[in-house]
Design a protein around this ligand. Structure first.
Ligand SMILES: [Zn+2]
Length: 260
């Protein structure tokens, strides 16, 4: 069971990173992909991936940080991407929900990172909120040049899921789906995702699954809770959790080319 989305560079893990990673592996997680969200954190994520066994990282600039994108950004990411720890370009994409960077800056940074991934022949780790049409329009021309792409933390509609699947994307499912208030639509569309396109992630420290029993003392999410997400997702898909975990592990190996 592999967590494809862990923000281990977050300050929320500053005091106990080693313990968080150890707890994950003790809980049956067998690999972690650490998210890089800007140049600095992508380098930090790489260093953490180097420190821990069965950890890899992404290198990219998140839509929120896209206003910082410059020509040098591509060079820095290019250098990071040459290292053995970095197995995908991202987190990149569009977030028109909060628009922390302007839509123009987001589109420029996203396109530049798709071009970089295509040049390097690397998969992309993507984010999309309230930007489905533009996201697909920008992504489409690059798809045949990319070895693979995942839309992480998928929270869109059934039609949006089908649009992504029809274009060959993998979908990352987080504990969002465990939220009885806003995760219902996602829960109901889970069965339309083929088992060979599904990936599991915590997006920790964010998105603590709301239905954990007993509720963790802290509201902070951890990779050790991936098993809970896997179990719930398998339940709502009518599948065995162990079988689904093995399938998603195969998907990780195929998409990111990692051995664990
Ligand atoms: Zn994201």
């Amino acid at each position: 069971m592999f967590d494809i989305g862990l923000n281990l560079t977050s300050a929320q893990f500053a005091k106990d990173r080693d313990e968080v990673v150890a707890r994950a592996f003790a809980a049956g997680v067998n690999g972690l992909l650490l998210t890089g969200t800007n140049l600095h954190e992508s380098e930090q994520a790489r260093q953490l991936a180097q420190r821990y066994q069965h950890c890899w990282s992404t290198a990219g600039v998140h839509p929120h940080d896209s206003s910082q994108w410059t020509h040098e950004s591509a060079e820095v990411l290019h250098r990071l991407a040459q290292t053995p720890e970095v197995v995908a370009i991202g987190e990149c994409g569009l977030d028109f929900n909060r628009n922390f960077s302007t839509p123009e800056d987001q589109e420029r940074a996203f396109t530049a990172q798709l071009a970089l991934a295509a040049e390097l022949g690397m998969p992309v780790f993507m984010h999309c909120r309230d930007a489905h049409e533009r996201f697909l329009a920008l992504l489409e021309p690059w798809l045949e040049k990319l070895p693979g792409a995942v839309l992480h933390c998928f929270t869109g509609s059934r039609q949006e899921a089908l649009d992504c699947l029809n274009r060959g994307l993998y979908l990352g499912i987080t504990g969002w789906v465990c939220d009885e208030r806003r995760g219902l639509e996602l829960r109901e569309l889970l069965p339309v995702i083929p088992a060979d396109r599904l990936l599991l992630e915590t997006d920790a420290p964010y998105l603590l699954p709301r239905d954990m029993q007993p509720k963790p003392a802290s509201r902070r999410n951890e990779p050790a809770y991936l098993g809970h997400i896997a179990e719930r997702v398998a339940h709502w898909r009518g599948e065995d959790a162990q079988w689904l975990a093995a399938q998603t592990d195969d998907n990780v190996r195929r998409l990111f080319g990692v051995q664990f």
